[in-house]
Design a protein around this ligand. Sequence first.
Ligand SMILES: *Cc1c(COP(=O)(O)O)cnc(C)c1O
Length: 388
Amino acid sequence: MSCPTPWAWLTAAHETIKKAGWQRQVQTTSGRVGPCITLEGQAVLNFASNNYLGLAGDERLIQAATEALALYGTGSTGSRLLSGQLGIHQALEAALAQWKGSEAALVFSSGYLANLGTVSALVGPRDLILADAYNHSSLKSGAILSQAAVLEYAHGDVDQLAQLLDQQRGNYRRCLILTDSIFSMDGDAAPLGEIQLLADHYDAMLLVDEAHGTGVLGPQGAGLVAQLGLNRDWVIQGGTLSKSLGSLGGYVCGPAQVIDYLRHRARSWVYSTGLSAADTAAALTAIQIIQTEPQHQAQLWERVIQTKHAFEARELKLFPSDSAILCWDLGTLDQTVARAEALRKQGIFAPAIRPPTVPTSRIRFSLMATHTSDMIDQLLAAIDTTHG
Ligand SMILES: *Cc1c(COP(=O)(O)O)cnc(C)c1O
């Protein structure tokens, strides 16, 4: 006789995952992060990282982190409101605010936690959230946690957003519009100009997640909000320290009143330990580099354009992209997975992204400033070899 366990349901749950073809597995890399890595013992070209400017492996970030470690120690030892506030946190927040053109900034332990805490602090049960259907999981989780009414509009559909605002805005106290600036699994941009006009007209707050826009777009890499010249006294800009900034952590930039409120009410900030000194110093150094060395952003875009042209020349279909994320549309799930595996055998690491993460499968290439032109040629040679 088998004893019932509280985990018996997992057998069926795993079976469901398997049947849908949704199993995932982790793969271990070794050596320093960069465009060439060792993955499960195999040397590969890396088209799977968010390290857009290559800064996660930059000597200057490593040195800044090392110095901060020696100065402050490893952990910050407490929440920011208790013992965890380091001088370097304030320096990072000042740099972020200046860079993003906002009055103030607040850093969190991750981008996920920044969105979770910010969304759930800004709205509550009497309020309305309007959100792009393709938004990042962290915005969606923040919306659920807030207990506000959540209505999603179809991806990028400003007409539907306008309609929802028109029909629903009056029924709620506050309204918050949530969107990624660059959508993480597609690489396309949100129509932020139109969204801001609507937010303005309907007295709604606007939170834009710049995780994939920061470092990639805009003057000094300040992001899509800066590139489009949106009103930065007013828009809330969120993002992560873990992509172009090569570190770990998240941030929110916005009006000083908003940031001050978050220090009181964002639970993922109030009740979570402050960022480590090493991560903080690395991010601060990354901002200084991005602001003063435009060549990294320019180099990244050279690679993006080179890759797009090569796909076009081969009549291979890419999803529309406004960023360093290029998604190859291969049609079916089976073809996508098979092709990603074939590429991997050729030493190209680019994941097949599939349901339930996205509605339709694709191979997602994420480009870096530290990819050389020759590395892109190697990618294309591998694509040609595995063709058919
Ligand atoms: C990666 C990402 C996050 C989460 O940032 P972390 O610092 O990795 O937690 C949030 N939003 C978007 C759009 C992202 O792509």
